[in-house]
Ligand binder design. Structure first.
Ligand SMILES: [Zn+2]
Length: 325
């Protein structure tokens, strides 16, 4: 984990490994401070607080959650008494997708030899993902703390004269997707609308919405974008992700028209230049999402998590790349 100053008053904490759960956080160091996203577990949240505390005068009074996923909200409880801001959908969604008990149980199971051996035959992807997570994470002690200030399309903060715009852009990666724009400092905190140098994972939403959001970020013309995952970038980061999503959707369409199932398609579609990104086999999720759209399924059709991790595992094996999530 490292901290970077991205403008006069904006900072980022970045996790270099850039695998699943390695989410970035932001800080706008004005008017008592605003923290953007709170990490995946308490140890990482404490480390983030310690890094930011080198530049802030005191614990911030405000937190923004860019969306409902666990890796962006599981440190909320350490910001006692803070106002937590998010899109209106986020509290209910968090109860579904970021309930810590299931994940705690999963990691404990994978950590036990016997359970791991039994589970491995049923769900090799879950075991591999769990083992990867155990290298860095411990979900014990996490309690859900829900956002308290909710908004619909836009929310504006005025921090000592500096405007901060929260813009709702979902659902493209998740239902609650929000980007945070600081026009005066030409900074955008993108949350998981932008994955940088790692393969995007989208859960709820449509390709069209995602393209619109990436176009909006480009139009805002920031000097720095802090992605939800991966290193800092400029608008070229948004352009590259758009090109990736377009490529995957086009290739998926050809496979769909040829009657291939989505898993087969993900095994056949070339990674191309995107094979350099972390966890390229997460391609499966983007193919499956495209297939759902081709079949006119609703954007919020639920995912079978175990099946999804198993599919990513199978794609990595078929392609002969490292199994990575
Ligand atoms: Zn994330």
């Amino acid at each position: 984990m490292e901290m970077k100053q991205v403008s006069d008053n904006c900072f980022a904490v970045l996790i270099e490994k850039n695998r699943v759960c390695d989410a970035n956080s932001g800080l706008i160091n004005l008017a008592g401070g605003v923290v953007i996203d709170t990490q995946s577990d308490l140890a990482h949240a404490r480390q983030m607080i310690e890094m930011f505390s080198k530049v802030w005068p005191a614990m911030p009074r405000r937190v923004i959650n860019t969306h409902e996923d666990a890796d962006h909200v599981w440190g909320n409880q350490l910001f006692e008494g803070a106002e937590i801001i998010a899109h209106r959908s986020v509290p209910e969604r968090m109860k579904h997708v970021a309930e810590p008990k299931e994940s705690q149980k999963m990691l404990h199971g994978v950590g036990r030899l016997l359970t791991r051996l039994v589970l491995k035959t049923l769900h090799p992807g879950i075991v591999a993902a769990g083992q990867q997570l155990l290298e860095d994470y411990n979900f014990d002690g996490i309690e859900l703390v829900l956002p308290t200030t909710l908004f619909d399309t836009r929310y504006e903060l005025n921090l000592d004269g500096t405007e901060v715009h929260l813009i709702y852009v979902g659902p493209c990666h998740q239902v609650g997707d929000t980007i945070i724009h600081v026009p005066k400092e030409r900074v955008v905190f993108a949350g998981d609308v932008l994955f940088r140098q790692c393969t995007p994972m989208g859960w709820t939403g449509s390709y069209e919405k995602w393209f619109q959001c990436l176009d909006l970020m480009i139009q805002l013309d920031p000097e720095v974008i802090v992605p939800g995952h991966g290193p800092l970038c400029g608008i070229e980061g948004a352009m590259e992700m758009k090109a990736y999503l377009q490529y995957v959707r086009d290739e998926s369409k050809k496979c769909f028209d040829n009657g291939l199932p989505s898993l087969e398609a993900a095994k056949r579609i070339e990674f191309g230049p995107y094979g350099e990104w972390r966890a390229p086999a997460r391609l499966y999720m983007n193919v499956e999402r495209a297939y759902r759209e081709f079949r006119n399924e609703p954007p919020d059709a639920p995912w079978d998590t175990a099946g999804t991790f198993d599919a990513i595992y199978q794609v990595a094996k078929a392609k002969g790349v490292e199994v990575e999530f």
